[in-house]
Write a protein that binds this ligand. Structure first.
Ligand code: ADP
Ligand code: MG
Length: 140
């Protein structure tokens, strides 16, 4: 599998609890390289646009409120099979179903406040990276 890039967010429950270093360590020790990173406070427009695919879901409003509640760290991660590797490191959406050793098992508070976002396909990774980063902000 070739080198890939994926888009990652350290969500407000993680920044609030000062977990950005601990989570980044998980990425790095599993072979993912952080090739872009910014701490931002997402606007409502940004959050609604980013999660537009979920806008008919019952949790959409709650998700947007959470994502704009406090700062987040947005990232581009690079490595072999990065999209799948990152999903494996993150663990299942619901922390109760996440495997031992995954970020969500160790740190997530609930299915909503689950510490990290990661792209679910190569195609969505490209879309999500371009939503938040300019090409010259990514240094591989
Ligand atoms: P993932 O982040 O694992 O790709 P989804 O794309 O299905 O999961 O959902 C996006 C985000 O929406 C989740 O990470 C979580 O923060 C929130 N979410 C998903 N399902 C629920 C739910 N049943 N209740 C509350 N929030 C949810
Ligand atoms: Mg998803």
């Amino acid at each position: 599998m070739a080198t890939q890039r994926t888009f990652s967010i350290l969500k407000p429950d993680a920044t609030r609890r000062n977990l950005t270093g601990a989570i980044n360590q998980k990425f790095e020790e599993n072979g993912l390289r952080i090739v872009a990173q910014k701490r931002i406070h997402m606007t409502r427009d940004q959050a609604e646009g980013f999660y537009a695919v979920h806008k008919e879901r019952p949790f959409f409003g709650e998700l947007v409120e959470f994502m704009i509640s406090e700062p987040v760290v947005i990232q581009v991660l690079e490595g072999e099979d990065a999209v799948k590797k990152n999903r494996d490191i993150m663990g299942a959406t619901n922390p109760e179903e996440a495997d031992a050793g995954t970020i969500r098992k160790e740190y997530a508070l609930s299915i909503g406040e689950n510490s990290v976002h990661g792209s679910d396909s190569d195609e969505n990774a490209a879309i999500e990276i371009a939503y938040f980063f300019k090409d010259d902000e990514i240094v591989g």
